[in-house]
Design a protein around this ligand. Sequence first.
Ligand SMILES: [Zn+2]
Length: 250
Amino acid sequence: MTIATPTRTRALFREDAYLTHCDATVLAVSEEGVQLDQTVFYPLGGGQAGDTGALVLADGSRIQIADTRKARFEGATPDDALHLPAPGQEALLARLAAGERVRAEIDWTRRHRHMRLHTASHLMCAVLPYAVDGCSITADYARLDFATVEPIEREHVEARLAALVAGAHAVTTEWITDEDMAQRPELVRTMSVKPPLGLGRVRLLRIDGVDLQPCGGTHVQNTREIGGLRVAKLEKKSARTRRLVLELVE
Ligand SMILES: [Zn+2]
């Protein structure tokens, strides 16, 4: 079955990344996944991994969600997310139909690590003034590729990051129109990740006094919440690219 009519999901995590669950109505169920009228599940994008968790049915049965991806159907907006069931959920899925109420619950421990590492990668942009041409954020690490031939010093990066975390900078979001975004190309730091245009407005992520760039991902509210960081890997990915991998120090 494919989704015939384009529908629209409210992406609650864009307004509040700390929501761990929400009640929702099923819009569509297909082989590709489950679409809801609103969700706290972040779909893979901007380098950040998609959320995992469960859709809880009225009788308490749990459909395990292994990943979340942006819907690809015609007319889909960047907010239309598909919740991908883990293998072996077919019997429960068969009971799910459009109009049904479910409770969407994310794996918060995992997501909070995404938020800490994602915010840390914004700090990296402030520490190293180079264009980013690749980025991947998982629960275990943040990997960033910087377009530079300059040497990068591990100790320098770790010391600067520690100072920015300890500096307890507020992390906030603000919105500008697509037109304003088009006129401020200097805001875009990541060449491989285009600002999420097409919704009429673009979200900017501001780390007070540190960084400002378009970003639709999930972040912590204050740099202090990131905690300890270490540079786990620093390597020459190509003649013009330096790859840096950050990990959380527990
Ligand atoms: Zn971000």
